[in-house]
Design a binder for this molecule. Structure first.
Ligand code: IMP
Ligand code: MG
Length: 187
């Protein structure tokens, strides 16, 4: 059985199966298709965590759209944000006057998205919304509205479907709660 694969041994439990993920992502794609009817949005994927979600989401949106990629870093090999957000890869094209949707894997403290939101607004986007696969509202430090989110989750460290711990587990097709023994001993 597929769940016998080694990566699954590091999980305490599966939070969302691939079927639940697909269902939520298609519903979100349909919602964005309705909300942006007549528009040509720019979807900005925040690398690397959002990459799997992004690839599925864009294929559920029936509109002309453009893709951009950005990368920021704040975590390093830790389950806690360092609080410092660095821009590692910037947009390739101007977003002046464009309707922008930032696509992120998960909103935790909110610091990453706060930083990105300010940065993209300052470049003259006509509108800016945030689409996140998961939201952990209990952990919010910086005030932030997530316009579209598929799942609100409890305060646990999750991996899979693009999300990593120390760069691993991104290729798990499901989202699972990482067993705390994997990051025990971390400062
Ligand atoms: P924030 O700036 O604290 O909101 O952190 C957001 C970033 O932290 C996300 O883009 C993820 O890369 C990472 N992150 C937060 N929570 C988790 C988690 O449970 N699993 C994996 N990555 C996480
Ligand atoms: Mg990450």
């Amino acid at each position: 059985m597929e769940n016998q694969r080694t990566l699954y041994n590091d999980l305490d439990s599966i939070l969302y199966t691939r079927e639940q993920l697909q269902e939520a992502v298609s519903a979100l794609g349909a919602r964005i298709t309705r909300d942006y009817a007549g528009k040509k949005p720019v979807l900005v994927c925040i690398l690397k965590g959002a990459s799997v979600f992004f690839c599925d989401l864009i294929r559920q949106i029936d509109l002309p759209l453009e893709l951009e990629f950005m990368a920021v870093s704040s975590y390093g090999a830790s389950t806690k944000s360092s609080g410092e957000v660095k821009l590692v890869k910037d947009l390739d094209r101007s977003i002046l006057g464009r309707d922008v949707i930032i696509v992120e894997d998960i909103v935790d403290s909110g610091m990453t998205l706060n930083f990105l939101k300010k940065s993209l607004i300052s470049r003259g986007a006509a509108s800016l919304r945030i689409a996140a696969l998961m939201d952990k509202p209990a952990r919010r430090v910086a005030p932030l509205t997530v316009d579209y989110s598929c799942f609100e989750i409890p305060d646990a460290f999750v991996v899979g479907y693009g999300l990593d711990y120390n760069e691993l587990y991104r290729n798990l097709p499901d989202v699972g709660i990482l067993s705390p023994r994997i990051y025990a001993g971390e400062e």
